[in-house]
Each structure stands twice: as structure tokens, then as C-alpha cells.
Design a protein around this ligand. Structure first.
Ligand SMILES: Nc1ncnc2c1ncn2[C@@H]1O[C@H](COP(=O)(O)OP(=O)(O)O)[C@@H](O)[C@H]1O
Ligand SMILES: O=P(O)(O)OC[C@H]1O[C@](O)(COP(=O)(O)O)[C@@H](O)[C@@H]1O
Length: 318
């Protein structure tokens, strides 16, 4: 399978317990990790034992930690190198309050020449890969309908396509004629993309079901520590995570996408897919960077995920 990251990020996680805005704070620790949504999905799927190719646009000047990650996890590096440095993603974690604050920057601009090279790379990968994960924001220079057009192209070629993005790029996909097989917005991203407040779980379910009638096969709406709603045309599942000591929530959503793709590859039924995806997310937030814990720890987390199958007509309480 292949992941596409048009806007990777070198995530700088600063631990500053009890930090306050608008004042001077002391930090305890700093950690840099190669990230960005598709990179994280690739990293977690590789931990699970899946053969992964990672493509996209990567700044040539600070590619080292990405290359180290790809080598360590045997991820095939199909990134197009871009002049300049990949953006830094600033993540401030407060272990005392169990809070994570993200500051995501715009990223390196793409040029028509780079997009041409990327298109050729994607065509080559289409010939040899069946599953594609398109993940993360679009950098400057890429039109907001980029994913929408790519989803149509990949699905016309018979590929399984998963999408995790936000903002205008998500709006464009959700309004297009061809939807991805799997879409995983969080509740805020889905509200913003549809331009209306989805304030109850019933609102989220209704929105998800509309996307299913328009061609998606699985809509997973994640809701942070509340868990996630996973909806197919036949079934609706709510997966609630166990409470864990959170090191950083960065990568929680990417881990969920990775878990859902791993479940798809194994043909798991929806409740088992929900359990696996949630265990991947919870396992990831107990450590820095997008990495799965050892198998025994992951299995123990999976056993603690609360999965309930809802009737289509069930009204949920928030
Ligand atoms: N604080 C938390 N405690 C336990 N599980 C969490 C927490 N935050 C996120 N998760 C798990 O990670 C999943 C994805 O998280 P979410 O924050 O919704 O994704 P995203 O990173 O895309 O916004 C959730 O469905 C949940 O299972
Ligand atoms: O591409 P975007 O939307 O700007 O997000 C980039 C950020 O998302 C991450 O992939 C984490 O995503 P999630 O926490 O949503 O799983 C970071 O590694 C990266 O800094």
C-alpha cells in the first residue's frame, strides 16, 4: 500500500508542564520526529508489518530524519525532493494537564514542475499498489480540488482510497462526484467542511450516512478522547478508548487511519476494525512520535476498547 503526504512536517514536541500563553515558560524536554499525516500512517502500518511505500513532496534540506525513519522501518521512500526545508510542526505538551497544543505551518510551496514529477510518480505507484492513503493538508501552490481529482482517478483505476484531510481540501472531496472508500475526519473537521455545526452525535451520524449514500464505504468520525463513530451502509459502531496517561495526542488520528487500513487489508468486520483502529490510536498517544507499542501492550489496550454496535435508528446521547 502507499501513502501520499503533500505537506510533511518535522514535528517538534516541547514538553512544558503548566505552560501559560503570554508569559515566560520553562520547558522540560524537546523531541523532533519526522511526521505529517501520510508519513505517520506509513510509520504505524510498517510497525504493524505492512509493506508500505511513502510518497509526496519532501524538503531536500532537512530530509535526514525522514530518511532515517524510512530506513529503520523498511518504508519504501518514493518522495519527490523539493528545494528548501520541510516545515516544522510545533507541538506543546503539558503532561500535568494532559493537554496538547498544535501549531501547524503552511509548508513549502509546490511548483507546476514538482506537481508534474509527482504525477508521474503517482502513475507509477498506481501500476503496482492497490491501496492509497491521501493524508494531510495541501501546501501552498496546490489547488483545493487536488485530492478530489486524485480520488476520482484512483477509484477509476479500481484502487481502494482512504482520505484524511481538512479545510477546503476536505470540502472539495466531500462535494465531488466520486468519494473515497474511507474518509476519517474528526468531528470539528467534518463540521467545518460541511459548513454547519454538527453538535450532537446524531448530527455526526446523519452527516456520515449522507456521505455513504454518495459513494463512501466507511466514514470514521473521530472525537478525541470521546472515541469515534464508524459508519458503513450496514452498520454503525461507537468505539470508546480506555483512559491512558497521554504523552502526546499528535498522530492519534493518523494511527486511527492506519488501524482502519490494516483492518481493511485483513478484511475485518466493522466492530473488530473499530477495536483495532482505536487501539492503534491509544497506543500511539502513550509515546512520542507515531509508533505502535509492542504487540502485548497493544493487545492489552485493544481488550479495553469499548465497542458498541448501534442500530441504524439509535439515537445517541452526547
Ligand atoms: N486523550 C485521549 N485519550 C484516549 N484516547 C484518545 C485521546 N485523544 C484521542 N484518542 C483516540 O484517538 C482517536 C483519534 O483522535 P482524534 O483526536 O479524534 O483524531 P485527530 O488527531 O484526527 O483529531 C480517538 O477516536 C480516540 O480513540
Ligand atoms: O497536514 P496538516 O493537517 O497540517 O497536519 C500536520 C500535522 O498532523 C500530524 O500528522 C498529526 O496528525 P493527527 O494528530 O491529526 O493524527 C503531525 O505529524 C503534523 O504536524
Amino acid at each position: 500500500m502507499a501513502t501520499l503526504t503533500l505537506n510533511p512536517a518535522l514535528d517538534m514536541t516541547v514538553r512544558a508542564d503548566g505552560w501559560q500563553p503570554n508569559t515566560v515558560n520553562s520547558g522540560q524536554d524537546m523531541h523532533l520526529s519526522a511526521g505529517g499525516k501520510g508519513v505517520n500512517v506509513a510509520s504505524i502500518l510498517a510497525d504493524w508489518g505492512v509493506t508500505v511505500t511513502a510518497t509526496g513532496l519532501l524538503g531536500a534540506e532537512n530530509a535526514g530524519s525522514f530518511e532515517t525513519l524510512f530506513r529503520a522501518k523498511h518504508i519504501q521512500d518514493a518522495f519527490i525532493r523539493v528545494p528548501g526545508s520541510t516545515r516544522v510542526g510545533v507541538k506543546i505538551v503539558d503532561h500535568a494537564k494532559q493537554e496538547t497544543t498544535d501549531i501547524n505551518l503552511p509548508g513549502l510551496g509546490a511548483t507546476p514542475e514538482l506537481l508534474k514529477a509527482l504525477e508521474a510518480q503517482l502513475d507509477e505507484l498506481t501500476a503496482s499498489h492497490e491501496v492509497f492513503v491521501l493524508a494531510g493538508s495541501l501546501p501552498p501552490g496546490i489547488e483545493s480540488n487536488y485530492y478530489a481529482r486524485l480520488v476520482a482517478k484512483l477509484r477509476a483505476a479500481g484502487k481502494f482510497v482512504a482520505l484524511d484531510t481538512s479545510g477546503p481540501a476536505l470540502t472539495a472531496v466531500l462535494n465531488a462526484d466520486t468519494l473515497p472508500n474511507l474518509v476519517k475526519p474528526n468531528n470539528h473537521e467534518l463540521s467545518a467542511a460541511l459548513g454547519r455545526e454538527l453538535s450532537s452525535e446524531q448530527d455526526l451520524l446523519d452527516a456520515a450516512r449522507t456521505l455513504l449514500t454518495r459513494g463512501a464505504d466507511l466514514v470514521a468520525v473521530s472525537q478525541g478522547e470521546e472515541g469515534a463513530l464508524l459508519v458503513t451502509r450496514d452498520e454503525t459502531v461507537k468505539a470508546r478508548p480506555p483512559r491512558v496517561p497521554v504523552v502526546s495526542t499528535v498522530g492519534a488520528g493518523d494511527a486511527m487511519v492506519a488501524g482502519l487500513v490494516a483492518a481493511h487489508l485483513d478484511g475485518l468486520p466493522l466492530p473488530a476494525a473499530a477495536r483495532r483502529a482505536t487501539s492503534f490510536s491509544v497506543g500511539t498517544i502513550t509515546r512520542l512520535g507515531a509508533h505502535l507499542p509492542p504487540r502485548a501492550e497493544l493487545d492489552a489496550i485493544a481488550a479495553q476498547v469499548d465497542v458498541s454496535v448501534l442500530k441504524t435508528s439509535d439515537r445517541l446521547t452526547v
